[in-house]
Design a protein around this ligand. Structure first.
Ligand code: FAD
Ligand code: FES
Length: 251
């Protein structure tokens, strides 16, 4: 697959370890929420990133500092620099038509769910978002969500929003409210716990999963979810909860 050339238009610091990158491409791109791109910086490396937003040639990524490539992005990239984009790749979220959707995000997992909430709102679906953060100084993008949809936050160690994990908040919310669909993106334990709960309640659920990726094209096998053999780059990253069910039953 060919690379598109992207020029960094703006960089926004969201927390001490998370930045937002607005990139303008040399040609239009039309990803679905939940799909990802491989972002390549020559001489540094290539990483998968979920689209946090996209409109014709303009895209956004929200990037947490982890290691080599994300560290380079945080420390060295400036407005005007070039990056190379391969995508859109993988399977995105299935959009419901009508009804109410619940979005559950942990940390930078909110990136694809922000893009999804924009699309769902444009279809006039009811949407509620639950955003989970570890501490007060890790909170970001709440205003952006609040401008679009009903939003609640949870903080594990802090004084903002609900005290506890976003899974605790989710359990409280679904005790009193009904939803036609749940969409999740967070750490694997969060995704699996949400899927387990939703399947028990009979609510359709989709979650975006992460694995270390190399080819991004379903060839190398580095991104397999074992023992199911699901390739996150090709069969995901968004996976229907029912496909994960056998993993939940494993000891
Ligand atoms: C489909 C998909 C979408 C993603 N979307 C986003 C996004 O929107 N924003 C964002 O910040 N990140 C996202 N990620 C994660 C991001 O790709 C990794 O953080 C990045 O590849 C790390 O690269 P690095 O060179 O900075 O770290 P490296 O130097 O490669 O790694 C540093 C350490 O982190 C571990 N590591 C690296 N990647 C992963 C991973 N995916 N899972 C578990 N451990 C890992 C490595 O084993 C190593 O120990 C996504 C990943 C996938 C698969
Ligand atoms: S990254 Fe190579 S098969 Fe998925």
């Amino acid at each position: 697959m060919n690379y598109r050339i992207g020029k960094i238009e703006g960089i926004r610091t969201l927390t001490k370890s998370i930045k937002e990158y607005e990139i303008v491409l040399d040609e239009p791109i039309n990803p679905e929420p939940g799909q990802f791109a491989m972002l390549w910086i020559p001489g540094v490396g290539e990483i998968p990133l979920s689209f946090a937003d996209a409109e014709t040639k303009r895209i956004k990524f929200i990037v947490a500092r982890v290691g080599k490539v994300t560290g380079h992005m945080h420390d060295k990239l400036r407005a005007g620099d070039k990056v190379f984009i391969r995508g859109p790749l993988g399977r995105g979220f299935t959009r419901i038509r009508g009804g109410r959707a619940l979005l559950v995000a942990g940390g930078y997992g909110l990136a694809p769910l922000y893009f999804l909430s924009r699309k769902l709102r444009s279809m006039e679906c009811g949407v509620k978002a639950l955003l989970g953060f570890k501490s007060d100084d890790e909170i970001f993008y709440v205003k952006e969500f609040e401008e679009l949809v009903e939003t609640e936050i949870s903080v594990e160690h802090g004084s903002s929003g609900h005290r506890g994990t976003v899974l605790d908040l989710f359990k409280d919310v679904i005790r009193v409210e009904r939803f036609n669909m749940v969409y999740a993106c967070g750490r694997e334990e969060l995704n699996l716990a949400l899927i387990r709960k939703c399947l028990r309640m009979g609510v359709p659920v989709e979650a975006s999963f992460e694995r270390i990726m190399r080819c991004g094209a379903g060839i190398c096998g580095s991104c397999s979810i074992e023992p199911l053999g699901i390739r996150v780059c090709r069969d995901g990253p968004v996976i229907d909860g029912s496909m994960i069910a056998p993993m939940l039953e494993a000891p």
